[in-house]
Structures are given as structure tokens and as C-alpha cells.
Ligand binder design. Sequence first.
Ligand SMILES: [Zn+2]
Length: 401
Amino acid sequence: MASPRIQRWAVTLCGYEYSIVYKAGKDHQNADGLSRLPVAETGVETPAEEERVLLLEENGVPLVKADQVRKWTDKDTVLARVREFVLRGWPKRVEKSVFGAYVKRKEELSVEAGCVLWGARVVIPPPGRTDLLKHLHTTHPGIIRMKGLARSYMWWPKMDADIEAMVKTCTMCQENRNSPQCAPLHPWEVPNLPWRRLHIDYAGPWMGKMFLILVDAYSKWIEAYPLSKSTSAVTIQCLRQSFSQHGIPEMVVSDNGTSFTSMEFQEFMARNGIKHVTTAPYHAASNGLAERAVQTFKGLIKKSSGDSIEVKMARALFSYRITPQSTTGKSPAELLCGRKLRSTLDLIHPDFKGQVQEKQVKQKLYHDQHAKERHLREDVSPWHVDHDKVFASPAFLAPGL
Ligand SMILES: [Zn+2]
């Protein structure tokens, strides 16, 4: 039995993918002389290992990983044979009651790293099915959403029936059957509204700064904060600022960086009713969205002009936010704010709407002046002021705008 400490590390490391390459001792040439010289004792004690909050296993269901799927496939008499058939060709006759579901799909089956795939979906051997059903069911998404989620990742014969059976026997799902929109977002789902799920990550240091990067899973809107340190307190301060502008998200996804796993950060999430997910189950590249946002941001900043980081950032982010995404055809601003942000590019368009509006304003002004004159002549008191109208006018509420 491994010690709790080793287990903790094992689970923390689960969030990463490794490619380990053997290198013989004689080939190690990257250490220079200085790195081998002993350093004088400083008397500073190595700080105790920080307690990590293992949200990875928050629902207590073990993670299912590709390597495990391969091992189960090796041991499963049916699936191991299916894998053989896929690799070496299907026999003329197979037992329909056993292989029927696979034969139907044989043109679309493939093998990757020892796992059988149907299209992009991993065929799950029986020992993994229960745990994956539990993962899919984490937020009680209901039959339809649970099937939708499952279909983008996995398959096994009669998977849909298994999902239906699970939901039908779940009291919570049955009680909330008529209000599926209340079911919270599952970590694997693509949100259908902006600013519901945010991915965050630290990047840098570049130009002497660390950058906290936030990306909205729906609109791909990116926010970035240049910081001199990446503590939990600073992270919270930045998130608070973003939340004050766009609202509080349902879910925040981050890696296991200490600024995200501290008690302080967890409390901030809990106080705001935000579900904090540190690594999505099953897919190791779960925070890929944040990693891509970091790369995008890095690329933009490099190309951006300006004397200070702030100016560079503002220019880079503005141009990114108004540029339509190839996948959606819409800009992050359109998806998040529901409108196109006006930019200097708008100047090239002949603004017919603006001209018409200008004309209408002039007409109204002329009309009102004349109407007022008539009104004043009829009124008993020439000093009557309609306070409601004056105080409600935008000019009064927002002087200077
Ligand atoms: Zn349920």
C-alpha cells in the first residue's frame, strides 16, 4: 500500500502527459562545471510540502485513463478479439450475439495505443463503464445531456441504455426531471452561454512580469493581468475585477498551481458559489483552453506595438476581441457582449444608419422647439418644469458622457 504522500503525488502527476526518453549517463553533457560545485549551507530549511487540495478526485470516483483502458482491453475476451479483427482483418463469420454491435461498426473501428476506437470515441471495456457513468453523472445532467457528453468521448454496446438506467434510478435526477436547465455545468460540456466556464492559467515571466490569463470557454474572450507575483491574494483580486465586469461564472478550471489550490482561493470560489475544477477527469489536456489562450496571448503581445506592457496588452487584446474566430465566425466580443465593439475599422464603412439617425435627431429638435413654443403660450405658468423628464434624461444622469 503506497503512503498517502506518494498517492497524493501520483494523483497530482496524473494531470500531465509524459514522454520519457532514456539517455545513457555518458550522453549527459548539459551540466556545466558550476552546477556540480557544492553550495555553502544557507541554513534555510526546505519548506514543508504544501497540502494540495485534490479536487481531481472530489467525487471519489477513480479516474479512467487511456493506459487503463488498454489494460482492460487486453484482458477482455471480446474486446481483445475485436482489436485483433480490426488490426488483422475480420473473419467471414463471427458470433452475432457477441460481436454484433462491433461488426455493424467495423468500417469505423480503429486501434490506437492498444485501445479500440469507434471514430473518435474510445470503446470502454466493461470494468471501466461503471466509473465513467459515475463521472458523467457527477452533476446530474439528466439523460439527454449525459448521453450527449458520453457521445463525444466514449462508446460501448448498449451505452445509451446504461445511461438511461442510471438516471432512472437516481432520486435527484427524478426529482429534478422537469427542470433540466437548473442542472449545473459538467466539466466536459461546452457551455451554451458566455462567461459560464472560465479557464485560468499563469504564463510568463515575460518582460519581467507574470501574466494571469483568463479565457471564457464559450466566447473565447481573453483577459490578461500583468503581475509581479502570482499569489492567491493577487489572483483573487484579478478575478474579482473580471467578475465585476462580466459576472460570476459557474465554473473555473485551473491547473494545480499553488495559487489555485490554497485555502484562500478555495474559500473565494466557495463564497461565490463557483465550482472549481483543477483537472478534468479522463482528458489530461483538460486545461488546454487556457494553454491555447496563453499561446495566443503570447503571440499577440510579441506583435503588438507600444511603449509599455499596458499599451501593448490593450492593443493586442482589443484586436483579438474584435476578430471573428474561425470556428464560430463571430468575434469574442460579439459572443460575450452581444455586439460588435466599434473600432477604427468602422470608419471605412459609409454609416447610413448614423446619417439617418442624425437627420432624425435634427428633425426632432426642430419639432420640439416649435411644440414647446406653442405649449408655453398656452400654459398658465411659464416657469413650469417637468422634473421627471429632466431628471430622467441621459444627459442629467451621465454628465460628460
Ligand atoms: Zn442523478
